[in-house]
Ligand binder design. Structure first.
Ligand SMILES: [Zn+2]
Length: 419
């Protein structure tokens, strides 16, 4: 399908000003409107064309749990959600912890055209938190970053060895901060709501104590660390402090921690169960502030598909996590930009530039001649309703069904990248 993008706004973060122009999409390429000839096309008014968004925290469930999601369904979900790139976490079955597993996955990923799939590798064998993986060999075959996401080594000595290796290899550690001796057996945030629901809670300290430990180790080793899905005001404080001391520490926040609190656990059942848990309004406000001022540099979804039967097991048994790829951009356009909290340029920075800065990937210019799948198109003020039943993801575990948003990504169905 070809398109005429009338009065489109090109936003390139490397250019001093936005450009308004008539553009075309033909055969999967962004072109000047003058290139459209006699072929059939659809018209689209007032579209924003910008750098491809990257979600640096996605669970493909592939290999091993493809009843939850697979590479193809996740790629379709990412494409529809406005993303050109995803970084997959290595907690698959088996985990991505050897060069051969990494290369096998990347070979399959190379046949996916709609989005570019990047894969992180585990930092401990089997993600068991006991023995380091061969990080040098993994880096040599192209691994960009290391993570045991889902958990983190509890042993401080081992974590120091890992960070020393990562520093030498110049790769970041992507850190799921959770002190298991404090978080278990909690299934939600520890506070008034967990007491009301009579459910075991996870204190903020479960996250903050590991964030503090790893910031200390990053200072000691010179390792670059990225704190995943931060949820508490205390972690924001630690992050701010670390940055003030000039340490290479960054962080991401997930839309669910920006737009929901533990109150949602009363009404949304296990679709409000995630790790780290939804916390309190004061935490939410601290995260919003940190994201807007740039202390938190990345928005990531922690897209975590699960089967409906698994999420139906009740609060104590259901797995943690929700899907995010097809909801994140509408939620953020509505709740961050159209609400007046941040500019569209700032949002583009958090979705497109932040992850690439951390992963040492180039931010490609927004220019005619680019494959449309490498860019993100937005209709920043168009009304949109999040409909879980329409998701391309196999996961239906999402608390936002029926949410009305102003603004959504625009995707061009079944576009293949021209070779
Ligand atoms: Zn995690």
């Amino acid at each position: 399908m070809n398109f005429l993008l009338r009065n489109a706004t090109l936003i390139d973060l490397g250019a001093p000003a936005d450009v308004t122009a008539d553009l075309a999409v033909r055969d999967g390429l962004l072109l000047p409107a003058s290139e459209l000839g006699s072929e059939e096309f659809q018209e689209l008014e007032g579209c924003v064309v910008t750098h491809g968004f990257m979600d640096m925290h996605v669970h493909l469930r592939d290999p091993g749990q493809t009843y939850k999601e697979d590479m193809e369904s996740a790629a379709r979900a990412a494409h529809r959600g406005g993303f050109s790139d995803v970084l997959a976490m290595p907690n698959t079955v088996p985990p991505i912890d050897t060069p051969s597993r990494y290369l096998e996955l990347m070979e399959r990923a190379a046949s996916i055209r709609q989005v570019r799939i990047h894969q992180s590798a585990a930092m401990t064998e089997g993600r068991q938190g006991r023995r380091m993986t061969d990080m040098e060999a993994l880096a040599a075959v192209g691994v960009l970053a290391f993570s045991d996401d889902g958990s983190t080594p509890q042993d401080r000595h081992l974590m120091r060895d890992i960070m020393q290796a990562a520093a030498e290899l110049q790769r970041p550690i992507i850190d799921h901060c959770e002190n298991l001796s404090l978080s278990k057996p909690g299934v939600m945030h520890e506070g008034a709501v967990s007491r009301e629901l009579n459910l075991p809670g996870q204190p903020r300290l479960a996250e903050e104590s590991i964030a503090a430990r790893d910031i200390e180790l990053a200072q000691d080793t010179g390792c670059r660390i990225h704190l995943q899905h931060i949820s508490s005001a205390g972690t924001v404080k630690l992050l701010r402090e670390a940055k003030r001391h000039g340490l290479s520490v960054s962080a991401e926040v997930c839309p669910h921690h920006l737009f929901m609190t533990d109150e949602w656990c009363k009404t949304h059942g296990t679709n409000a169960k995630m790790a780290p848990p939804l916390r309190e309004e004061s935490d939410r406000q601290a995260l919003l502030e940190a994201l807007c001022e740039g202390t938190v540099e990345v928005i990531a979804t922690d897209h975590a598909p699960h089967a409906a039967a698994e999420k139906a097991r009740g609060w104590m048994e259901a797995p943690f996590g929700i899907v995010g790829l097809e909801a994140a951009v509408p939620l953020c356009l509505d709740g961050l930009v159209n609400s007046g909290r941040m500019s569209l340029r700032q949002l583009i920075d958090r979705f497109a530039a932040g992850p690439r800065r951390l992963l040492n990937l180039p931010l490609e210019p927004v220019a005619t001649g680019s494959p449309i799948n490498r860019l993100t198109l937005l209709l920043p003020e168009a009304p949109h309703v999040i409909r879980v039943a329409n998701f391309a993801s196999k996961g239906r575990n999402c608390p936002y069904d029926g949410w009305k948003c102003l603004g959504h990504p625009f995707f061009i169905e079944s576009t293949e990248n021209p070779e």
